[in-house]
Design a protein. Structure first.
Length: 255
């Protein structure tokens, strides 16, 4: 009887050990399948493929955590601290952070920019922006630099009176109220302006048309996470490419 009792005890302990090991393995696997994605709060139509990709990853078993912040600098900081795994950030801001020690890698470009220069309908060409009140988000960075290059190369060196208005909604309100004569704005913001005041404003320049080979934003991964989760990086890129292909196919079907 004593021998049988000892055997039963041994079997019980064995199953308990196996159960604990399975739980540890499950917890480790769950942690490995976690993906912390950071983006800006001002989502637009370009984010649709990204959201589709993240939903695809959730169906594959990933635990996706989405966080939205007010600026690319905050996202770069989160990647640097290890609080984020993948972030959508302005390339210039991210690469500057990388030179300061933030261990990241750019894995794929984002969609082409939708930003346009929108102006009062009376401004027929960009040369007429010379001396006009022009609202833009900042005086530093790639986007303002592109405006200055365009003015120099295509607008006879026109020099608008630049006014910093950080938020695109604020720039749109300033244009509608007549506080400024022109602004840079996301394409979807310009559509809202046109709907609110039909015929009163026009597109003077499109970033995508003027600079077709320049991608302002990109998707960046934390190097340590990428090293520990190489399949996660591949699955993310694969899911994003798949969703982009679905979007292009839908556009072709609609003509």
């Amino acid at each position: 009887m004593r021998l049988i009792a000892e055997l039963l005890l041994a079997v019980t302990l064995l199953f308990m050990a196996i159960g604990c090991q399975s739980k540890v393995a499950t917890d480790t696997e769950r942690e490995a399948r976690k993906l912390r994605y950071f983006d800006l709060i001002n989502l637009d139509v370009r984010d649709v493929p990204l959201l589709m990709a993240l939903e695809d990853l959730e169906r594959q078993g990933y635990q996706v955590e989405k966080t939205y912040l007010a600026s690319g600098t905050l996202i770069a900081d989160a990647l640097g601290r290890g609080d984020a795994d993948i972030g959508l950030v302005n390339n210039q801001a991210m690469w500057i952070a990388a030179t300061k020690g933030v261990a990241v890698r750019t894995v794929i470009g984002f969609t082409e920019p939708t930003t346009v220069i929108a102006a009062k309908a009376g401004i027929g060409e960009c040369r007429q922006l010379d001396g006009k009140r022009f609202g833009w988000p900042s005086t530093r960075g790639l986007a303002p630099a592109l405006v200055e290059v365009y003015m120099k190369e295509h607008c006879g060196g026109a020099k608008p009176d630049f006014l910093v208005i950080a938020e695109s909604a604020g720039r749109a309100a300033a244009l509608l109220s007549g506080e400024v004569d022109a602004i840079t704005a996301p394409g979807e913001e310009f559509l809202k302006i046109q709907m609110e005041a039909p015929g009163k404003f026009r597109e003077v320049m499109s970033y995508a048309k003027a600079f077709p080979t320049i991608y302002v934003e990109g998707l960046h991964v934390r190097r340590q996470w990428a090293a520990e989760n190489p399949d996660g990086v591949k699955d993310f890129v694969r899911a994003l490419l798949k969703s982009q292909q679905i979007g292009r196919a839908s556009c072709r079907e609609r003509g």
